[in-house]
Design a protein around this ligand. Structure first.
Ligand SMILES: Cc1cc2nc3c(=O)[nH]c(=O)nc-3n(C[C@H](O)[C@H](O)[C@H](O)COP(=O)(O)OP(=O)(O)OC[C@H]3O[C@@H](n4cnc5c(N)ncnc54)[C@H](O)[C@@H]3O)c2cc1C
Length: 422
């Protein structure tokens, strides 16, 4: 079986690892020049995603993943706070479940390990055609093409593959923009790190509809596995830092937010945080000056048919088919879950117990059963931001209740997800 994957992001690379290890002929094509030449900060991998990666990576490779991540000790609970970092709710995590926090760039680099010749960077997908014999050809901007039995669009938000299948974009902007950056933790800044972050990330909300996510990454104090023990596959350890991400309703932001350079974004963040605790402001002010970046949140309509096309030699996974904002911390884990599910169905094709279209059909049906709830969960914090966005006084008091409800729901949903993980 020849599988062509468009997008060497988290989902596409997980699928490639699984198929390559199983002996399939797979190629992955990404428009980025390299795995490192990309953006992104912190990704959360839940128990199911961790289990999938453990299954599809060689033990030494999996060990390197753990050595490159902050382990469960760094995520004992999620704190929901107000903008002064006063705790409203603590959503405790199941201590028995495996969970990782890892930088997007190190994870992407690790997932390309062992895929020399399989992953081809600098190749932008432009379109595809399905042939009468059921095979498919993918075309790239450099004039090259690849013919295979299955084309998988793992090309993220704004996916060209999904748009071609659905005849329309599969997600739309949700009216919220994020601005994220990274503050290195060193002798100069260590005392700025709020104690609160040592037990897990915080999701903070101000009464004016501005929210922030704060997460400490300090592998030196919370090692998952000793990086020095990784000899076969080297660990990819990030320097300690606090990743922060502000999110605000678009109408609260200047029209040029997406054109601003890092310095312009830092200035905007300082302004947006003026009523926040001095500790948060000092932490953000100490950010790496080149780090602030803005991105628009997009999402699929969770009540729509996610795969409005007949199952055949082209399908999609991850954000390409169910884009969601990062506010649920679930997008990467769900892309990995999709890749794991699809790899399982393709194994049945290899074994001769099903056909390729049936395997794609079963994958799409099962994915469409869990993904909409994950999208809804990720959209919940944005609903609260909108509810709080009213020009009345005393909003914090009014807002605390919805936040508490949200956190309780988040906690229940995390417990539920882990319960189903089995
Ligand atoms: C630059 C960037 C930074 C991010 N930062 C964060 C973050 O800090 N925190 C967070 O929670 N989430 C972040 N995300 C989103 C997160 O990575 C995804 O939501 C999640 O990993 C789902 O993965 P995916 O495999 O579906 O898509 P992604 O991991 O987004 O991968 C999609 C890949 O497809 C490639 N691609 C797109 N179009 C084409 C094309 N036409 N031809 C070839 N290749 C194409 C892209 O270059 C990308 O590598 C970021 C995404 C990107 C692209």
């Amino acid at each position: 079986m020849r599988v062509i994957v468009v997008g060497a992001g988290i989902g596409g690379l997980t699928l490639a690892q699984a198929l390559h290890r199983a002996g399939d002929d797979v190629s992955v094509h990404d428009r980025d020049p390299s795995a490192s030449a990309t953006g992104g900060y912190r990704l959360h991998l839940d128990e199911r995603a961790c289990a999938a990666l453990r299954r599809h990576l060689r033990p030494a490779h999996h060990q390197a993943l753990l050595a490159s991540s902050a382990g469960p000790g760094a995520f004992r609970r999620l704190a929901v706070t107000d903008h002064r970092l006063r705790v409203l709710v603590l959503a405790r995590q199941d201590p028995s479940g495996e969970r990782l926090l890892i930088g997007r760039v190190p994870l992407r680099r690790l997932l390309t390990h062992g895929l020399d010749g399989v992953v081809r960077f600098g190749q932008e997908f432009t379109g595809h055609e399905v042939h009468a014999d059921g095979s498919v050809t993918a075309r790239f901007a450099d004039g090259s093409s690849e013919r295979g039995d299955l084309l998988v669009g793992a090309d993220g938000v704004g996916s060209r593959v999904a748009r071609a299948l659905a005849g329309r974009p599969t997600s739309t902007p949700v009216g919220v923009t994020g601005i994220a950056g990274r503050t290195p933790v060193d002798a100069r800044t260590r005392e700025l790190v709020p104690d609160l972050l040592r037990a897990g990330p915080a999701l903070a909300f101000a009464p004016d509809g501005v929210g922030a996510f704060l997460s400490l990454h300090d592998p030196a104090t919370v090692p998952a596995v000793d990086p020095a023990a990784c000899r076969d596959v080297p660990a990819d350890v990030e320097a300690p830092g606090v990743v922060w991400g502000l999110h605000a309703l678009d109408h609260r932001l200047p029209g040029d937010v997406r054109e601003r350079d890092p310095a312009g974004l830092a200035e905007l963040v300082t302004d947006l945080l003026r009523s926040w605790s001095p500790g948060v402001r000092a932490l953000v002010a100490a950010a790496d000056p080149g780090s602030p970046a803005s991105f628009r949140f997009s999402a699929v309509d969770p009540d729509a048919d996610l795969t409005p096309w007949p199952a055949g030699p082209v399908t999609c996974l991850g954000d390409a088919v169910h884009a969601m904002p990062p506010t649920g911390g679930s997008a990467a884990a769900t892309a990995i879950r999709d890749a794991d599910l699809l790899a399982g169905h393709l194994a049945a094709v290899r074994a001769g117990s099903t056909t390729l279209p049936l395997a794609v059909h079963d994958y799409q049906r099962q994915m469409a059963a869990y993904a909409p709830d994950v999208v809804r969960g990720s959209l919940a914090p944005l609903r609260w931001m909108r509810a709080a966005d009213h020009p009345a006084g005393g909003l914090l008091a009014r807002g605390a209740l919805p936040v508490a409800a949200l956190a309780a729901r988040a906690s229940r949903s995390l417990r539920g997800r882990h319960g189903r993980a089995g």
